[in-house]
Design a protein around this ligand. Sequence first.
Ligand code: PLP
Length: 369
Amino acid sequence: MSSSSILGSSVPVTPGRLLRQEVLDISAYHVPASTGMLKMDAMENPYVLPQALRDEIARLVADAAINRYPDAGAYDLKQKIRAVSGLPPGMDVLLGNGSDELIQLLALAAVKPGAVLLSVEPSFAMYRMISAFTGMRYVGVPLADNFDLDLPATLQAIRQHQPALVFLAYPNNPTGNLFDADAIEQIIEAAPGLVVVDEAYYAFASASFISQLARFPSLLVMRTFSKLGMAGLRLGFLAGSTAWLEQLEKLRLPYNVGVLTQLVAGKLLEHHEVLLQQAEQIKEDRTWLYDRLVGTVDVRAYPSEANFILFRVTHAGRVFEGLKQRGILIKNLHGAHPALDHCLRVTVGTPEQNEQFIVALQESIHQSD
Ligand SMILES: *Cc1c(COP(=O)(O)O)cnc(C)c1O
């Protein structure tokens, strides 16, 4: 065993002695094994790209200068993102290796002793985890029974805790709904710090805060391309005024978006209509899947503006295992939060996958009774 005996100490170093308590206390983000399974757990786009576009990408990758560092400013890619995102004049973007990295970057920029990151619950688990490992104090305000914002409670928590950062997922994960937009505006007006509207599922939603950026100087909008079909590339962005972004930019590691991501994402954004068309198809598939879930006995499905649907059953654990035995992986949220008791979350698949899922679900429910 290694020890610092050269320095005269006989006590071997262990993680428990060396690392911060916050780090030791976190339970690791668990990604379940999925080999050979039909993956309907992670909000990925189930559709493949047209062959002609795949060929173009293959040529781009073949010629890519992977011996060189990427363009540190990702100039071309940022141009293309601005072109497709409908940013108001004067707004810019900051790129992240996935939007998870941007949540972390914001927390690192804002952390001071006692600084608070506030979000709502249940919502995206990374807000709490990133608070923990960056040393921010996390405050989670419970949502109302219908999963909309509890505005009085949220405003009260903002007054009490004076959060440096507020994160609101719009639509929310894992519940799938869009919060009331007026309530979000009141939160932005009341918050003493930044409010980040996390639009990871913007491509499937009927509303966005991008157009509000010019109205609210303390608003930032975060998006990812993961759910639109580029989960493997790792690319997200934060949109807002240059006054904020030029400060945050200092914390971005210079080469956080690799050569291949810049090239391939840039190419896909040149063909943005292909991705948008897939998103439209996913929205139709979502309607089909939602109607089937609503029509299944012992299932209560929640309306969704995202590419997944939350639903409640009588025995979530048994139904989840039943699906797994039938080769289908979804997400079991039972135990994640009291409001999610016996809840499961399924990502919208192709029509064939959705049918396969519904058959397996009905069998699993029947078996679990
Ligand atoms: C998936 C997701 C993200 C993170 O996506 P990345 O793949 O890291 O870009 C961020 N916020 C919400 C609400 C999500 O569901």
